[in-house]
Design a protein around this ligand. Structure first.
Ligand code: MG
Length: 286
């Protein structure tokens, strides 16, 4: 082989290697512990227990005060507007988890979670996307930890960007506002005060699965909270579902497009100005 050919071959293999995802990172370990006679799953991500509350092992993200100014970002011309504050956009675009009208309330142009109403789902289904959503935790801060202003923004009805009143409210780092629940804590805590409008701008790339249902490319998330980067193209190491107090769900194969959903966690969290731009997967990834 000529040396130029060798170089080209080496370059090609390097590019191919770079293109393939390194599934060995982060390092996930699991164990089962007996607690009160029951088997309880424990998951560790790069050596740190899921929902670790010991801040010497899982430090809390530093607090950053976001800049003043409106959280409102008007939708660009190519956006799909999912909620604009009107009754019409609520009834046309959203349902409960059975496809019936949602019992979430319209309050002063905002969509408010109602205890027991269940998650609210977009009728339209999406895969990879850029999502803008504004939210406000209840003005009267009630409850502690996970019980204060808890909701969630779910991409593909599966992958949760946590919504929580994390203003002077301590909880485990991978469950505070802006966490990819149980998987990735935010880089910083950029939460505004209870009742103040806040924004999430999320760039999400969906996971891909093979014919056997095995994940071949994991999802990625970038999240900007009130103008502050809090998740920097994070590879989701698995699902964000509850799998016990210290374990998160695994990937489970699903459709290419699924609804956006907001969580009913029993707290009257409000949402407004919800819009989305679909992102195309590269042809080779379809
Ligand atoms: Mg939640």
């Amino acid at each position: 082989m000529k040396s130029t050919h060798l170089i080209i071959a080496l370059l090609s293999s390097t590019i191919a290697m770079n293109a393939a995802e390194d599934f060995s990172k982060p390092v996930i370990t699991k164990e089962i512990r007996k607690e009160k006679g029951k088997d309880v799953p424990y998951m560790f991500i790069d050596g740190v227990k899921v929902h670790e509350t010991d801040t010497t092992k899982q430090p809390l993200p530093p607090v950053v005060t976001p800049g003043e100014g409106a959280a409102m970002t008007a939708p660009p011309s190519d956006a799909i507007v999912l909620f604009d504050g009107s009754e019409k956009s609520l009834t046309e675009n959203w349902t409960d988890n059975k496809g019936n009208p949602s019992k979430w309330k319209l309050v002063n142009g905002a969509l408010e979670s109602v205890r027991g109403a269940g998650y609210i789902h977009s009728k339209q289904k999406f895969g990879s996307c850029q999502l803008h959503v504004e939210w406000a935790s209840p003005t009267k801060a009630e409850g502690q930890g996970q019980g204060r202003g808890n909701s969630g923004v779910f991409l593909m009805n599966n992958y949760e960007v946590q919504v929580l009143d994390s203003y002077e409210n301590i909880t485990y780092a991978d469950g505070q506002a802006g966490a990819l629940y149980g998987r990735s804590k935010p880089l910083v805590n950029a939460c505004r005060k209870p009742g103040e409008w806040q924004s999430y701008d999320i760039i999400f790339h969906r996971p891909l699965f093979d014919a056997e249902g095995k994940v071949t490319r994991r999802a990625t998330m970038t999240v900007i909270h009130n103008g502050v980067l809090i998740q920097d193209h994070v590879v989701l190491s698995g699902g964000t579902g509850w799998d016990g107090p210290h374990s998160a769900s695994e990937y489970s194969a699903h459709a290419d497009k699924l609804p956006i959903a907001f969580q009913d966690h029993g707290n009257p969290v409000r949402f407004r100005n919800v819009w989305l731009r679909e992102l195309q997967d590269k042809p080779s990834e379809k």
